[in-house]
Design a protein around this ligand. Structure first.
Ligand SMILES: NC(=O)c1ccc[n+]([C@@H]2O[C@H](COP(=O)([O-])OP(=O)(O)OC[C@H]3O[C@@H](n4cnc5c(N)ncnc54)[C@H](OP(=O)(O)O)[C@@H]3O)[C@@H](O)[C@H]2O)c1
Length: 384
């Protein structure tokens, strides 16, 4: 039953009894009617979704999922599921949803969608009258430029093509996210958009692909002699999924709307290293090696040495003040790193992921042999 209908019928009943509807809920001899809040999670069984679902359940929401029932079907198999393909053109997937769900009032809808922005628009066109609060996970990729440090939520967004008429129209990730945000703003005021930045969790976004395994936590977990880039003014930034999910629940509880950059504060790389050491009680020794020396030896920033991104210069400097003022708290990095290591060991109990050149020719960071060789060269150069 829709929330409005529910309150109306409660009001009618209490009028007949000549009591205030609120009192009707609190009469000693009447059991209080405490309706659980309803949540619809669009998706929910991938990387981010499961943490959202778990948190909603822990906060007492009645959770329903909507997806195609293809991904991780064993997850939350006891929850109600609306099987629906959002990629069907002409809203045909949405229109085939059972009437009972089309009439349901959802206190909160969480949308983790990253594909066609038209699918976001279609969903809202069909359901916006039945949603108390719509939450969307976006990304800092919506900002037009990353050249500026401390981009706040008011910074200019990507210039956009005209809005797609079909779901099949393809755009790059940043444009899809920006178009989806535009579609949301055009359709409802009761939204919260979370612009995350490099999400980290116990889970991996691509559990079957080593490309997504966390390099630095694994490297420190393994211990030994560790190479580190010595670079001036080196900062990093990322988003802990658990912290973001807590913030989503907080926004739901307090009706906090609008756009929010969600990440840890820009953090000195050395502080990140301290957290890695705390989380792992390792290494034997670290070698802070000059950045130019690393580049000369093939360890180029970012793709080969993660969390070293000198360009664009605002990459790890997004302004998160608005979120903090709204109540966002990023967990200590050491807790997040511990979760990442536990997740990795769960996926790879033999700790046998190898970095460096992959079988298919792609390169994921640098190998243990490369690291050893460069440390040796650095020692010789500096008479260490
Ligand atoms: N900033 C970052 O570092 C970062 C990193 C990773 C992800 N992200 C963002 O985080 C968000 C979370 O993504 P997630 O994959 O983890 O979300 P998720 O909700 O956990 O998983 C995606 C869900 O979408 C469903 N789905 C896929 N295609 C569908 C379709 N055609 N119709 C209906 N449902 C469909 C999947 O189920 P079925 O296959 O069963 O339909 C799955 O349950 C995304 O917006 C992504 O852009 C950000």
């Amino acid at each position: 039953m829709k929330k409005r209908k529910f309150l109306k019928s409660l009001g009618a009943a209490s009028t007949m009894l000549l009591i205030d509807p609120h009192e009707a809920l609190s009469q000693n001899n009447v059991s209080p009617i405490i309706a659980k809040k309803t949540a619809l999670v669009l998706g929910g069984r991938g990387f981010l979704g499961p943490s959202i679902v778990q948190s909603l359940l822990a906060h007492g929401y009645e959770v329903t999922l909507l997806n195609r029932n293809k991904t991780n079907t064993d997850l939350f198999s006891d929850l109600p599921l609306i099987v629906c393909d959002r990629e069907k053109e002409g809203k045909s997937g949405l229109k085939s949803i059972d009437q009972k769900y089309r009439d349901t009032y959802w206190d909160i809808v969480v949308d983790t969608w990253q594909k066609s922005p038209k699918a976001v628009a279609d969903f809202l066109d069909e359901f916006k009258e039945q949603i108390g609060h719509y939450q969307y996970t976006s990304s800092v990729s919506v900002y037009d430029t990353w050249d500026t440090k401390f981009n706040a939520e008011t910074a200019p967004l990507n210039p956009l093509p005209s809005f797609p008429k079909t779901i099949a129209e393809e755009y790059r990730y940043a444009i899809r996210k920006t178009l989806a945000e535009e579609a949301i703003r055009a359709r409802t005021d009761k939204y919260t958009i979370f612009r995350s930045h490099g999400m980290r969790d116990f889970r991996s976004a691509n559990p079957k692909d080593i490309i997504d395994e966390p390099f630095w936590p694994i490297r420190f977990f393994r211990g030994g002699e560790i190479l580190l880039p010595q670079v001036e003014n080196h900062h990093i930034q990322m988003t802990d999924v658990r912290s973001m999910v807590d913030f989503m629940l907080h926004c739901a509880a307090d009706n906090i709307f609008g756009e929010y950059n969600v990440a840890c504060q820009p953090t000195p790389f050395k502080d990140y290293v301290s957290s890695l050491i705390h989380a792992t009680k390792k290494p034997k020794k670290v070698y802070w090696i000059d950045g130019d020396f690393l580049i000369e030896n093939g360890l180029i920033p970012y793709k080969i040495v993660p969390f070293w991104k000198p360009q664009p210069k605002g990459s790890y400097y997004f302004n998160v003040q608005k979120s903090i003022e709204a109540g966002f708290v990023h967990r200590p990095l050491v807790d997040m790193i511990t979760d990442q290591i536990n997740g990795y060991i769960h996926r790879y109990p033999k700790d046998d992921v190898l970095f460096g050149k992959q079988i298919d020719g792609t390169i994921k960071c640098y190998s243990a042999d490369q690291e050893k060789a460069i440390i040796q060269k650095w020692k010789l150069k500096n008479n260490l």
